[in-house]
Design a protein around this ligand. Structure first.
Ligand SMILES: Nc1ncnc2c1ncn2[C@@H]1O[C@H](COP(=O)(O)OP(=O)(O)OP(=O)(O)O)[C@@H](O)[C@H]1O
Ligand SMILES: [Mg+2]
Length: 524
């Protein structure tokens, strides 16, 4: 029987397709990595979406897939149809993800695909080019199909019994970022979060003393401003000893983001559970069902970080009654759709004291030299760790050069310097090891707004005082509308405006960093 051809499904992304395609040729990531002489981490990054799978790699797998491996004679027409199918999938990939493949054009015929495959293979494994080994539509009448399997398929066969092992196990070369399925490293600096950690641990069934019996909440959704520290605190929990004792079977971690590779993340969980054959499943539903069965009697903490859409989270709700699921999101609308109010934990900004202490640790000489100005800056940055981290690093590099920091302090308060600065190193994109700017991190939230909402949000920047709080009447006049409530709802749902506590004040808070971003949108 000819092998079944993978199809690029709706809602999938290049990583999902890379998994499907690879599974038709190699059973395990390890075998694939050996064949291409790359690390298993490389293949796993292609399949987790951390790195865009190169077209040459997809081309090479496609070619290997079509090489007849089972003696079945296909007619030329059948073979050509199979080539066309694979070409069409790759073209669709390039069409749907222009940002990922912006420097590449899809191949228009099979020979071009084979050339790209050669290029990838020779670049990675030093193998000599093996020009199109199978009959192409353009080579009618030539030698016909080879009955011998490609090296790739031979390798796949010989590795049929090779276990991929649990995620992270057996990776001999260092890989960038954590192994799929496992948590990021413990944060190097986590100030002012003792009470949040205590409360979150309590929700996860850990009391202050070991004698205290604490009921386990199976679901907690943590939400909060962009950069408030959701991922950091989730990572701290994942490495916490009490949590480790409460969930002796371990932690599973998935980082989603706006365009997650859900299928690949689920497969990574399966592998982390010691089930390499999870790779045989063919759909997200099947993967979830397998994981549910595996986790039924386990005591594990599942952490799904950075959820942007409700349907993205559903497949990860696979824990049994002894598991807990911790989700994080910037978006109140997502938190509310997933969890009842009691199961939502609002991660607030740092206190002024903790924020100043953070700045002092990051930029000791600047704080010593300009204590009062730093205190004002910290207050104006409204306890957001992301902003304080960036400000601290900028101040420290200025002070290290022996420059006085007064000008920089003034620029930081005004906003532009902060927005154009690079985010801290722990926010580096795994795919290309570049750190985005703060503006780019914030833009993720505002890019998703419809035009009108974006304009209304931008106007808030122009009218924002320090601190930026508005009541309904002010918003009505800023937006020039009869009823500001629909727009308030939209911005609150998207985590861009927060009702001020106590609610009886009737005011809404635009965080200082978002106010800076709003102003910059207006200028744009
Ligand atoms: N309590 C803290 N003390 C010191 N640094 C912190 C603290 N919390 C977060 N940070 C730092 O602030 C930055 C933003 O934190 P993090 O990425 O955890 O925020 P987030 O809420 O997950 O953001 P996003 O909404 O973009 O996912 C990181 O560089 C992190 O190391
Ligand atoms: Mg995060």
């Amino acid at each position: 029987m000819p092998r079944e051809l993978p199809k690029f499904g709706r809602d999938e992304d290049p990583a999902d397709f890379a998994v499907k395609l690879r599974l038709t040729v190699f059973r395990t990531q390890g075998a694939t990595a050996r064949y291409y002489s790359v690390t298993r981490g490389t293949i796993s990054r292609y399949e987790s979406g951390a790195t865009t799978p190169p077209l040459g790699y997809l081309a090479s797998l496609s070619r290997s897939l079509l090489t007849k491996d089972d003696g079945t004679k296909l007619s030329d027409a059948e073979q050509a149809a199979r080539q066309q199918h694979l070409l069409a999938q790759i073209k669709e990939l390039v069409r749907l993800f222009p940002d990922k493949y912006k420097l590449q054009v899809a191949f228009s015929n099979w020979e071009q695909l084979c050339k790209e495959a050669d290029l990838y293979e020779s670049k990675h494994s030093g193998r000599l080019s093996r020009s199109a080994p199978i009959k192409t539509p353009d080579s009618e009448g030539q030698s016909g199909h080879s009955d011998s399997p490609t090296p790739a398929l031979q390798q796949a066969r010989s590795s049929q019994n090779t276990s991929g092992g649990p995620a992270g196990a057996g990776i001999s070369s260092p890989q960038i970022g954590p192994a799929p399925g496992s948590a990021p490293p413990i944060p190097t600096l986590l100030l002012g979060r003792d009470e949040d950690l205590r409360q979150l641990k309590y929700r996860l069934g850990v009391g202050v003393s070991t004698e205290e019996p604490v009921p386990l909440r199976v679901l907690t959704t943590m939400r909060g401003w962009p950069g408030v520290g959701k991922t950091s605190i989730a990572a701290a929990l994942a490495h916490d000893d009490d949590i480790g004792r409460r969930f002796p079977d371990g932690i599973l971690w998935a980082s989603l983001g706006q365009n997650p590779s859900i299928f690949a993340e689920l497969l990574a969980w399966g592998r982390a559970l010691g089930q390499p054959d999870i790779e045989r499943v063919t759909s997200i539903e099947e993967a979830s069902a397998r994981l549910s069965a595996l986790l039924r009697n386990q005591r594990r903490l599942l952490i799904v970080d950075d959820v942007w859409e409700v349907p993205h989270a559903r497949p990860f709700q696979v824990g049994g009654q002894h598991c807990a699921l911790l989700l994080t999101t910037r978006l109140p609308v997502v938190a509310q759709a997933i969890a009842p109010p009691d199961d939502i934990y609002l991660l607030d900004v740092l206190s002024d004291e903790a924020a100043l202490e953070l700045l002092r640790i990051l930029a000791p000489s600047a704080v010593a030299a300009e204590y009062d100005a730093c205190k004002i800056l910290v207050k104006e940055l409204e306890g957001l760790p992301l902003a304080i981290q960036v400000a601290g690093h900028l101040l420290q590099s200025e002070a290290r050069l022996g420059f006085e920091v007064t000008t920089l302090l003034a620029e930081l308060r005004e906003g532009a310097r902060l927005l154009e600065a690079q985010a801290p190193a722990d926010r580096a994109e795994v795919s290309n090891q570049t750190t985005p700017t703060i503006a780019a991190l914030l833009q993720k939230s505002t890019d998703r707004l419809k035009f009108r909402a974006r304009v209304c949000f931008a106007y808030l920047g122009a009218f924002a005082a320090k601190p930026a709080t508005f009541d309904e009447i002010a918003l009505k006049s800023v937006w020039q509308v009869a009823d500001p409530r629909p727009m308030i709802r939209t911005l609150v749902n998207r985590g861009l405006l927060e009702p001020l506590k106590p609610l009886s004040t009737g005011r809404f808070w635009l965080h200082a960093l978002l106010a800076m971003h709003a102003r910059s949108l207006l200028t744009d």
